[in-house]
Design a protein around this ligand. Structure first.
Ligand code: ADP
Ligand code: MG
Length: 304
């Protein structure tokens, strides 16, 4: 289990994280979300032991994670970290970059494991290509495979799919998170993309203003967002009578006390997102067809 206790940290004079405490069970997938600059990467760096804490403790099982002041070599065998900037060896191939982290004493297993990892990140066809010729997204996939190669007990992923295009993203996420679950590898993912969280994270933490604003299961945070910031992570929403109502929780009805005038319809594939005017405020709702501009209609809240 990872145990973060009352962690406080500043870069020089800028406090970034204040009194942060949480636990992650072995094999659990924890998502850390928050706006840009909220301290997600800093928190991962601290868990990795990259900096010294001002206050608090971090334990992985019985081992205390120590910063550079107490630990000459940064990092631990049981932990891998895929940074936002991934440093690969550009002049050797994809397969060699991955295999570098596997034991040389078992060449057959080494080859088999490299093949398995190339499948996870869907780069089999690029095995013998030099890394310097790859795109940003492909490099990110090599970095992921390389981190998985050593079978860490815990892996830290900083916006792991940010450079990967939408054609590949969905299947890659499923592969990587399934691989981690199958091997019971504890995983902490910093992200601002709900697609990295929903369907994969067991728990999530929301960072805001140096603190943990909220933590819980994705279902709990989605169904009961404490603040607009949390709702905005999940999708388009409205505040109506002080309640947070997602765009898909409003539907058109015959008559109600929510009379709106349509401004624009946005095509979203499976539905249209309709922007409308409700007593001078903007309101967003989902509808399965386009609605003409200036149409007047009534909405009802479907949320229980
Ligand atoms: P996030 O990953 O959520 O975008 P970061 O952890 O990168 O946030 O940054 C949190 C805050 O710490 C920001 O205000 C950022 O400017 C500051 N910061 C990040 N890295 C450093 C650094 N090496 N030195 C000083 N300030 C930093
Ligand atoms: Mg970051």
């Amino acid at each position: 289990m990872l145990n973060v206790q009352n962690l406080t940290f500043s870069y020089k004079n800028t406090p970034v994280l204040k009194d942060i405490s949480f636990k992650v069970e072995t094999g659990e997938n924890l998502a850390i979300i928050g706006e840009s600059g909220s301290g997600k990467s800093t928190l991962l760096n601290l868990i990795y032991g990259e900096f010294d804490l001002n206050q608090g403790h971090i334990f992985w099982k019985d081992t205390e994670i120590l910063g550079p002041k107490y630990n000459l070599v940064i990092g631990y065998e049981f932990m891998k970290y895929v940074h936002q900037e991934f440093d690969l060896m550009p002049y050797i191939t994809v397969a060699e970059n991955i295999a570098k982290h596997l034991s040389r004493f078992y060449p057959e297993e080494r080859e088999e494991r490299t093949g398995e990892l190339l499948n996870v990140v869907e780069l089999k066809a690029f095995a013998n290509v030099k890394v310097k010729t790859l795109s940003g997204g492909q490099k990110q996939r090599v970095a992921l495979a390389r981190a998985l190669a050593k079978q860490p007990e815990i892996i830290l992923l900083d916006e792991p799919f940010s450079h990967i295009d939408n054609f590949k993203k969905q299947s890659l996420r499923r592969n990587v998170f399934k691989y981690l679950k199958d091997k019971n590898i504890t995983c902490i993912v910093a992200t601002h993309d709900k697609e990295d969280v929903l369907g994969f994270a067991d728990n999530m933490i929301v960072l805001e203003d140096k603190k943990i604003l909220e933590q819980g299961k994705p279902e709990q945070l989605y169904n009961n967002p404490k603040t607009p910031l949390i709702a905005s992570f999940f999708g388009e929403f409205n505040v109506i009578d002080d309640r947070i109502i997602y765009a898909n929780e409003l539907k058109v009805v015959e008559k109600s006390n929510l009379k709106v005038t349509v401004i624009t319809s946005y095509f979203k594939g499976s539905h249209y997102l309709i922007e409308a005017n409700l007593n001078g405020d903007k309101v967003f709702f989902e509808h399965n067809t386009l609605i003409e501009k200036n149409s007047n209609l009534y909405l009802s809240i479907t949320k229980p």
